[in-house]
Design a protein around this ligand. Structure first.
Ligand code: INI
Length: 168
């Protein structure tokens, strides 16, 4: 059986990061986690490009246009939606999750979903480099793994590097 082994090798991959300015304090921590994980896994800083948007609701449109440029192998979305006293939280959460899923479904570019949806700021801080780790890093590596998988399925040897076939 051919097994496409997962690869977290980010070398040579062009990766776009889309970050929300809303709850900026959380976004910059997620961004630090994502950048650190990508560089640790071989990404070149010149291959990373950061796009700021106003809020999480804007992330899907930015991700869609970034995917359409054809310039990137993966997209990492970063932000946080923190529950307030109104249903607005639910609409923004639904907008960003449905929107990002749609970009993944309709484009060939993997999109890492790094938008935290939490009840309060402490839960967000815990997941943005605090006691629960840094979701920015985890999401960035998930996007790298998907970019390698897509490269493998596309028969793109350069993009599939590292996700070689092994017999088992
Ligand atoms: N945007 C966020 O990224 N996080 C939030 O918690 C949030 N809340 O709570 O309102 C938020 N709202 C702004 C929204 O994403 C859009 O930027 C705005 O509606 C303009 O389109």
């Amino acid at each position: 059986m051919r097994v496409a082994t997962p690869s977290l090798d980010a070398s040579g991959l062009r990766i776009a990061l889309v970050a929300s300015r809303f709850n900026h304090l959380i976004s910059i921590r997620l961004l630090d986690g994502a950048r650190e994980a990508l560089l640790e896994h071989g990404a070149d800083t010149d291959d990373l490009e950061l796009f700021w948007v106003a809020g999480a609701f804007e992330i899907p449109q930015a991700a869609r246009r970034i995917a359409e440029t054809g310039r990137f192998d993966a997209i990492v979305t970063l932000g946080s939606v923190i529950r307030g006293g109104t249903p607005h939280f639910d609409y923004v959460c639904r907008g960003v999750t449905d929107g990002v899923r749609e970009v993944m479904r309709t484009s060939n570019v993997p999109v890492g979903f790094g938008v935290l949806t939490t009840d309060d700021i402490d839960q967000a801080l815990a997941r943005a480099g605090g006691s629960d780790g840094n979701k920015g890093g985890e999401v960035a590596l998930a996007a790298v793994e998907m970019a390698r998988l897509v490269g493998d399925l596309d028969g793109n040897a350069a993009k599939a590097a590292g996700s070689g076939a092994v017999a088992s």
